[in-house]
Every structure is written in structure tokens, then in C-alpha cells.
Ligand binder design. Structure first.
Ligand SMILES: O=C(O)CCC(=O)C(=O)O
Length: 350
């Protein structure tokens, strides 16, 4: 592996210095940029891509990016095709082509660590966050290296997940989670069914407007470029234990377990014990580093190597996100591969 000092030296034309934020084995370089003309990651050989493969994330600070339009121009300088947010699990709104708000959850809520769309069959390889308005208090996007998370999960827990596999269950259209039309970006049932068939999702319409989906999940993957194994699933977000006990009791009584907005089981339908998810959440917490946002920051993540979340905040925070470089798990080849599948349609940023 090329020495980090050499890679940083190669970034000198646009960078005026670098520092590192680190905790629990997660180590993120923060570049102070003197120009917007940085060598944005392109081919595996460029220094920033190499740093991304080593650290999983790179913070670019001091760029001259006053607003969403400038951010869009910045990301599209490298890549005109940015992903849409299909088969969403959380509310985001489209700001302009290829640019979305980060998850629109209320300010007092914490968003647990996750790799973007690791609950489904295709996901972005790169996630670009941009700070248009920095929060007044807290509101960072914490980062936890998925390699560190994996090593912190007790081996008995990992083994059970790997040997038994997992299945995600969602009930859309109950009024408690996103409406199915928003999740699939269409109000036509046959288009939803076609999407599901292409994405290994079993779906069933229930009652007037409820859609139940079952989808086999991944547990761990090998990074397609570095070959490193990472923890890559959202069991700890989907499991009923992610809800507060008041809410889960209420929902279980009112709806019954099979109608919960989301849940996850072992692949044979057996329950995953709560303590397994407690161990996973502990692994994320112990690996997590927090970098307070500054206006204009761009945080670039290798979505397989680095998980992200959100702290609660106060003040008028506005963080935007763009996603690119789709990947999928090829079950026949048993590995992660880049993809340009039509189901993960992109939009052109001009
Ligand atoms: O707002 C943020 O910092 C990140 C929110 C988040 O986790 C997401 O949009 O996936």
C-alpha cells in the first residue's frame, strides 16, 4: 500500500494541509482546500481514491461552495450521472437533479449508524454529503468504519448472522412508514411489482392500500476493490428493538407483529434475539468519530467502508446528499460488483 504521506503530498496542489479525526480505529483525513479544482476521485489510481480506500472517508473543507447549485456543479464535474433514491427507507426530498436533502427526520432524533441502502440489492458506492447550513449545536454526521465495526461484533453473534442469514420485512401504506408510492417513486402497482421482481423482493398487497415486502438481506460483504470484509446490513435499524419500548408495545398491540412498519428476522423466520442487536449497536458506538460541520464542507464516503448517522441538533441545519457509483451483490459470482442496472436509474446532472 502506498504510504499515506506520499498520497497526501500528491494532494498538495489543492490542499493547504491535512489533519485527522480519529476514534475507535476510525480515522478520517480532513483536508483544508485552497481550491475547488481538487482531483475528485475518479480512477482507483488517483491519490484521493486511494485515501478513500484506506480511510473510508475524506472531509474536504474550505471549498468555495455557497449553495446547492455550487455543490451540484462540484459533484457533476466528476460524474454527470447521480443516483435517484429508489426503494427508499427514509424521507428525503429532491433539491435538484441528483441532489437530495439528507434524511428529513425531526431535529431531536438520532439517526443510527448505517451504510446507505445496505438493506437492499443495489446501493451507492460513493455518498457525497455537503453542508449548506451548519447546525448551531451538535448535528454532526458521525462516521464509523465498517471494518472496525465488524471486528467489534462478538464472533458468536457474527456466526449466527452469517450461518442463518436475514430477511427484512416492511409494511408500507399503513400510515406509519413511508407511503409505497414514495418508496418506489410511482403510484402504479404493476411498476412496483416489476421493480420488486428485479430486486429479489417478494411483495404482497394487503387490504386497501398496504404493501408487504420480504427481502433477503446481506450480512457481510467483501469490498470490491480492497477485498476487506465489512459489516453491511441494517438489522439493528429494522429490528423491532430499534423502537422505544413504549412505541413497540403500542404498535404490537395495535397492529400485530406481522404488520409492523419494518422488522428483520433470521432467514428461516425465527426472531433475532435483542441482545444480538445490542452487541451490534455497541460495536458502532465504540467505532464512531464525530466531526462538527462547517459551511461548505464536502464529506465523501466510500459507502461500503464507512457508515454514517446523525446527531440530534438545534439551529437551521441543511445537509445535502448526492449518490453515485452503484454496486450490487452478484449472488451467482458471490461478490459485489459495479452495476448500471436500469432499476437503479440515474439522473443526469447538467
Ligand atoms: O443528515 C445527516 O447528517 C445524515 C442523515 C442520514 O443518515 C442519511 O440521510 O442517510
Amino acid at each position: 500500500m502506498e504510504r499515506i504521506a506520499t498520497l497526501i503530498e500528491q494532494c498538495k496542489p489543492w490542499s493547504q494541509g491535512v489533519s485527522f479525526a480519529h476514534r475507535g480505529g476510525t480515522r478520517v483525513p480532513i483536508f483544508q482546500c485552497g481550491s475547488n479544482e481538487i482531483g475528485i476521485p475518479g480512477l482507483p489510481g488517483d491519490p484521493l481514491t486511494k485515501l478513500l480506500h484506506i480511510h473510508g472517508a475524506v472531509m474536504l473543507r474550505g471549498l468555495d461552495l455557497p449553495d446547492a447549485g455550487a455543490f451540484q456543479a462540484f459533484v457533476s464535474a466528476r460524474n454527470e450521472l447521480m443516483l435517484r433514491y429508489d426503494f427508499a427507507s427514509s424521507p428525503r426530498h429532491r433539491v435538484r437533479a441528483g441532489i437530495f436533502s439528507s434524511t428529513d427526520y425531526p431535529a431531536h432524533e438520532t439517526i443510527p449508524q448505517h451504510n446507505e441502502q445496505s438493506y437492499t440489492t443495489t446501493w451507492p458506492g460513493l455518498v457525497w454529503f455537503y453542508c449548506e447550513i451548519a447546525p448551531v449545536e451538535r448535528g454532526a454526521t458521525p462516521l464509523a468504519d465498517s471494518r472496525q465495526v465488524l471486528h467489534r461484533i462478538p464472533s458468536a453473534v457474527r456466526r449466527q448472522f452469517l450461518e442463518r442469514g436475514i430477511v427484512y420485512v416492511r409494511n408500507l401504506g399503513t400510515g406509519l412508514d413511508l407511503p409505497w408510492a414514495q418508496v418506489f417513486g410511482t403510484s402504479k402497482r404493476d411498476e412496483v411489482e416489476r421493480y420488486c421482481a428485479g430486486a429479489e423482493i417478494t411483495c404482497r398487497w394487503i387490504g386497501a392500500d398496504q404493501l408487504r415486502t420480504h427481502q433477503r438481506g446481506l450480512v457481510e460483504i467483501s469490498h470490491p476493490f480492497t477485498g476487506q470484509t465489512v459489516w453491511f446490513n441494517q438489522a439493528h435499524l429494522f429490528h423491532v428493538s430499534a423502537l422505544s419500548s413504549d412505541i413497540s408495545e403500542l404498535l404490537l398491540t395495535a397492529l400485530g407483529e406481522e404488520n409492523l412498519p419494518r422488522n428483520v428476522y433470521f432467514h428461516d423466520g425465527q426472531a433475532i434475539p435483542d441482545e444480538f442487536l445490542v452487541a451490534v449497536r455497541r460495536a458502532y458506538d465504540a467505532s464512531k468519530v464525530v466531526i462538527p460541520w462547517q459551511q461548505g464542507d464536502v464529506l465523501l464516503l466510500d459507502n461500503m467502508l464507512m457508515s454514517h448517522g446523525r446527531e440530534p441538533f438545534s439551529g437551521g441545519r441543511r445537509i445535502l446528499v448526492s449518490m453515485s457509483d452503484p454496486h450490487r451483490f452478484d449472488r451467482n459470482a458471490n461478490k459485489v460488483v459495479p452495476t448500471d442496472e436500469p432499476a437503479r436509474a440515474s439522473e443526469v446532472v447538467t
